[in-house]
Design a protein around this ligand. Structure first.
Ligand SMILES: *[C@@H]1O[C@H](CO)[C@@H](O)[C@H](O)[C@H]1NC(C)=O
Ligand SMILES: *[C@@H]1O[C@H](CO)[C@@H](O)[C@H](O)[C@H]1NC(C)=O
Length: 260
């Protein structure tokens, strides 16, 4: 781990919050549970995206799209979301709770911008049918269903960052020699076993063509790694050899400085 001190600090924060937080989603989701509308989820899935692949789809730029900001553009797996899942392959969504409120996570904005950037210009629809930021969509759709493990919005985002810091997929792949490249192809089985060896769980993979676009790992409710339930083939949509495109080859051609 490259930054154990930070991780420990986050962990400490989570503990404090677990003890301190009452109310918020707790109360509202509790009501919903008593109403029996939504059964409790079975496990978590951390979905990570590879910007080098995702950003090749970028057709136009805007300030909210991290693919377009040259100084700030990520070359690590970034967070897509922390999803709640059922063992049968379905999942709950938009469970309950208040609409996303960015003020509640103001102290987390710095790591959020860095590690959980939006990689498109679109504003996804929230559970309340309003268009909003990527985080808001993720928090409302999935975070609200994480009760009783996660009790409110702040805890959801902090928990997600913690898990992401602790299970550094980028580090594992880089150390195994799977580094960003526009010419190399890597054996998918090698990528899968490097994650298995590091985290004792089989990742779920999503490709766009032969480029790795998403890598997902699953956790019990206590955040011990486990396999993702219904996925019979962890290869997902990936061929046997995949690429990990370097950033800088991104396709924001509408902006003039791109060479070709
Ligand atoms: C292109 O990049 C420049 C400089 O980074 C920026 O000011 C401009 O808004 C960008 N154009 C588009 C269409 O995003
Ligand atoms: C994960 O590892 C990569 C590669 O070593 C590093 O650049 C990055 O900062 C790490 N991420 C976190 C959140 O620690």
């Amino acid at each position: 781990m490259s930054s154990p001190a930070i991780v420990n600090l986050w962990m400490l924060l989570v503990c404090c919050i677990l003890i301190a937080v009452k109310g918020g989603w707790d109360e509202e989701v509790g009501l919903l549970r008593r109403g029996g509308k939504q059964r409790q989820f079975d496990y978590f899935k951390l979905a990570l995206q590879w910007p080098g692949t995702y950003c090749r789809k970028t057709r136009h730029c805007c300030s909210s799209n991290a693919c377009c900001s040259r100084s700030n553009s990520p070359s690590v797996f970034t967070i897509h979301g922390l999803w709640t899942e059922y063992n049968d392959g379905t999942w709950p969504s938009c469970c309950s709770g208040r609409p996303f409120d960015q003020k509640e996570i103001s102290t987390l904005l710095e790591p959020m911008r860095k590690y959980w950037p939006s990689l498109s210009c679109s504003s996804p629809r929230s559970c309340h049918h309003k268009k909003g930021p990527f985080w808001g969509h993720e928090g409302e759709k999935h975070g609200t269903c994480a009760y009783p493990v996660v009790l409110d919005e702040y805890e959801f985002f902090l928990t997600t960052l913690n898990v992401y810091f602790k299970y550094n997929v980028t580090e594992v792949l880089f150390e195994a020699g799977y580094v960003p490249s526009d010419s190399e192809k890597y054996p998918l089985g090698g990528i899968i076993s490097s994650i298995q060896n590091a985290f004792h769980t089989t990742p779920e993979l999503v490709c766009s063509g032969d480029a790795l676009e998403e890598l997902r790992i699953c956790f019990y409710k206590n955040f011990e790694p486990r396999d993702c339930a219904h996925d019979t083939s962890s290869r997902g949509s990936c061929p046997q050899y995949v690429s990990l495109p370097a950033h800088g080859s991104w396709g924001f051609r509408s902006n003039t400085t791109a060479a070709s």
